[in-house]
Design a protein around this ligand. Sequence first.
Ligand code: MIG
Length: 753
Amino acid sequence: MQVEILGNADTVTEQNGALVVKTPQAQARVMVYSPTIIRICISKNFDEADSSFAVIEKPLDKFTYQKLTDTIEVSTSALKLVINKNPLRFNFYTADGNALSGDDARFGTTWQAERVINYRKLYADEKFIGLGEKAGDLNRRGCNYVNWNTDAAMHTITTDPLYKTFPFFIGLHSGLTYGLFFDNTHKSYFDFGATTDEQMSWFGADGGDMNYYFFGAQSIRNILEDYTWLTGRMEMPPLWSLGYQQCRWSYMSANEVLAIARKFREKNIPADVIYCDIDYMDGFKIFTWNKETFPDPKGMIAELKAINFRLVTIVDPGIKIDEEYAEYKEGVANNYFATYPNGELFTASVWPGRCHFPDFLNEEVREWWGVSFKALTGPGVEGFWNDMNEPAAWGQNMPWLVKFGEKFMPEIRNVYGMQMARATYNGTKRILNNKRPFILTRAAYAGTQRYSAVWTGDNAATDEHMLFGQRLVNSLGLTGMSLTGVDIGGFMGNPTPELMVRWNSLGVYTPMFRNHAAKGMVMREPWQWGEENEQVIKKDIEQRYKLLPYIYSGFYQSAQTGLPLSRTLAIDYTADENIFDVKYQNQFLFGDSILVAPVISTAETVDVYLPAGDWYRLSSDEKYTGKQVINVQCPLTDLPVFVKAGGIIPMQSIIQSTNEQGDGLLFIHIWNGSQSNEFIYYEDDGTSYDYQKGAYYKRTIVFDPQKKEIIFSAVEGIYQSKYSKVEVVWHGFEEGVLGSEFENGSEIISITY
Ligand code: MIG
């Protein structure tokens, strides 16, 4: 096999706003998307359609560059790209000349047959974070990864690849930050200096173009904002999806579903969601119900609604080969399924038996899939769980000649799940009229945040999986995915009661709080762990419900800026070496002000690293000084959770579900500190899209310790808050500061203390 190395620039021209540089091997196009985002696409045959599943923005029409003797320099207000012409290499600098990242001078971009690889300079102190759902440590330096969406059943904490593909990472060195998104759907590779004698890092793919976006903003927050500007942000999720979710493979009948839901209400354990896994269907045929065990879905869902439960049902992509089955007949008649190159339908076996697989890359197929959800929305389902969409079948390896439209499996696999989620989201959104659907998907590609939440697949009931899961959630947050979760309690195996309790307490601080277990595992509901544990689990779930005003505002922030709810400490404490220590790497900020230290179930005390600033333990208000390791008690009743000094956390009284009106009291908790702080409080009806037409309630709460003042800005938006009274709750202030209450009007309120 030949190696081709990108050679000398022959010509430099301008075409539709792009700078086009031709070499004997390929042409490179340089496009500027914003002052901090520059795209390079090196291709042997550039496709003028230039489509992307991930990117939703277009390049600028014009940008500034300068042709010099040996180089071309592209300049924006933030970045300088120096293009060496002979041979063609790309090097990025900040506008003031600090080297951010660039090609390895010897190799740069290369091809070996269809495989295209970019070799890059590696800095001695360079760290790498990102890639979403990937095994390993927070700092990915010295590791290598493959993106190839896989049904990773029985995976361990070192398994790679897993279910999803997010070819986006952030590099950190010399006090600088940059991001790189490789928008290529083929099987891809990332090597962060794993086996190059510290000489290079590299990434590439089995086919397609060397097509990447370089992000040069000088903070991780700004890089995430840019990345989610480019690939889109999540919409406001339905509020009910942020409550407690009870799942199992499977609640086997309508009676069982109802009995479980009723038991939550009898026991006064808050919950919002119950799931039907695959057994609700008739022979695993998607969009059907088992007539014996679920004889009256509409009646069942009406009963669930009457006690404020929502139902989420699973759908898999595989459509059973069955002449009596509408979706099979329609799919065959309209050529909606993946084929072999000779036109025969591709068949593989999965739960329903022999199946065909919808071509979700085809718009018409997505429309058809979307409309088919009427069988589920008709009886009242509002949440749709997309499983097995890597795509999975028994035996895993679908042949590479399977065809989707004009494209083949090697190019499609990594986006198949995302396109299924897209079809599910767009379809159900339309059918549900003005109601927000909840979509959950297992497979994903960059940009999936626009359509769906994700969970991390089949984990196991061990302490190590619990900690690993938190790392996955934190890392998914670095790729635009904010509404994420793991199977709490562990999918495979049975947790000890201690692990169940501990994991549930961490679930309170997981963006999606869902308890799930595999078939054959012991029952997992909160009351299965003995009376005493039940009370602890209940109290933790209640804590989740108290925090919902804070959590919902946090998702508003995700929807506005792309900042995730669960944030690795690397986002805000990038320069602090200690946060990368494997001992502390699982710690995270949950929203702006809460720091959580995950801890195994058997520990009675744990070392926690508190970054710079002052911190209070949430459960006791005990105060600590940061930039040091503290050792704290961590009984199962008290996960180590801290609040940043100056933290502002809106909370509500306990409710049993988000459908309840509550007592109308909004508590604004404030922890004293020397630094001023602000919090954007956001509220809307939680279920409709009216917020997009102004029906929201938003105000900025400012804590100003210099002026000893707390200011609630005037309210923006026309939504009437469901809280009629606001009460400030003071933590760490001098004795004598009393509770301050006011009617929740829309004017500015200032409270001095
Ligand atoms: O082959 O639907 O990850 O959450 O319970 C297993 C049954 C199929 C895998 C999912 C899991 C789900 C299970 N599914």
